[in-house]
Design a protein around this ligand. Structure first.
Ligand code: NDP
Length: 329
């Protein structure tokens, strides 16, 4: 059986985790009805957590990381896909519980796959990836709440990162006044290029806060969590909402009920992993319609497959700007 190249995270008897390139065969792949030749993947924050072991993302060892992939179907026992079809996968525990996309081949369940939306090349789909699709779902949550551009400014935290960059571009394209919070002031021009109207420093949001502070934004998309999310809740305008999707600054949420019961603030949770297929397709349709491809290109860097492990280490240190596309094959 011919071998193929893959990244593998392993754990030894002492619990020590290691990560490197190996050669696998199809016999190593897990259960699934569709076998795929992977063309492109990406690097998400979660992949960084998996590779570094900084959070218990991986729940099966050995594990191939990579929560997003695009590839060509080579074998299929499913009526939904045939050899030659180009498919897209985001989430479903791939790269956590089921071998992921940082390999030249993958075997996945057809229920997890969608046909690559016709509006996107494989590179564009991975430039969006879980991060961009999560940003879209966060924007849709604010819209469902009734927050439209005239309602007031919307804050995006971690703005120079993956979710943040796509959220800034989407909101600005839809006509919102976007306030971008970043810990990297040197990225101000980049963020303005994506459409941010104002840039505020990360330090405005992560210090000790009060249960209620001056009302500033009608909505927010937060990737940071922790004290930052608590402070944002205390600064949201009456009847506004926050879409919380990340933990880059911490898992805890040291808030009070004051924003909820005195200002009617709503906190929405955004998950990207176990979203039902129709909701995923709706989010990809919106990305197709609303994401400016030039802005997407401006936030994206392509990297070679060989460089993916280094990139995963950099993303959890907050050193990656925008999105990365990994050229797997
Ligand atoms: P990135 O690393 O690309 O972006 C995160 C950004 O957060 C950084 O670029 C940085 O932006 C900021 N940041 C990093 N560390 C800190 C810190 N300690 N305090 C404050 N800000 C910080 O990651 P992604 O955009 O891919 O993911 C962002 C978060 O969203 C992660 O926690 C990830 O796990 C989560 N996520 C959740 C999903 C879901 O299903 N709910 C799906 C996708 C992502 P800057 O330099 O501009 O301040």
């Amino acid at each position: 059986m011919p071998g193929f190249k893959a990244v593998l995270i392993q754990k030894d008897a002492s619990g020590e985790q290691s990560c490197g390139f190996v050669s696998l065969t199809d016999a190593d792949l897990m259960e699934g009805d569709v076998t795929i030749r992977i063309e492109r993947s990406t690097v998400n924050y979660k992949d960084g957590l998996a590779v570094t072991g900084r959070a218990p993302v991986v729940r099966r060892f050995p594990m191939v990381p990579g929560v997003d992939g695009v590839g060509i179907v080579e074998q299929s026992a499913s009526l939904s896909f045939k050899p030659g079809d180009r498919v897209l996968l985001n989430g479903w525990g791939v790269g956590e519980l089921h071998l992921g996309a940082w390999a030249e081949r993958a075997r996945w369940k057809s229920d997890w796959l969608i046909a690559l939306p016709s509006g996107f090349s494989p590179d564009e789909a991975m430039a969006i990836g879980t991060a961009g699709y999560t940003a879209m779902r966060a924007v849709m949550a604010l819209e469902r709440h009734g927050i439209h551009p005239p309602a007031g400014p919307v804050l995006v935290t971690g703005a120079a990162g993956g979710v943040g960059s796509v959220a800034v571009a989407l909101l600005a394209g839809l006509g919102y006044h976007v306030v971008a919070s970043t810990g990297r002031p040197e990225e101000a021009d980049y963020l303005k290029g994506l459409g941010a109207s104002e840039i505020i420093p990360r330090s405005d949001l992560n210090g000790a806060g009060k249960p209620l502070a001056r009302e500033r934004w009608i909505g927010a998309i937060d990737v940071v969590g922790g004290q930052t999310l608590a402070n944002i809740l205390s600064m949201i305008r009456y009847d506004g909402a926050v879409a919380a999707c990340g933990l880059a600054g911490g898992l805890e949420l040291p808030t009070t009920v004051a924003p909820f019961i005195l200002r009617g603030v709503t906190l929405y949770g955004i998950d990207s992993v176990y979203v039902p297929k129709p909701v995923r397709i709706a989010a990809w349709d919106r990305l197709d319609r609303d994401l400016d491809r030039r802005k997407l290109a401006a936030m994206t860097k392509r990297i070679a497959f060989e460089d993916v492990i280094d990139a995963a280490r950099q993303i959890v240190d907050g050193k990656v700007r925008g999105r990365l596309v990994v050229e797997v094959g």
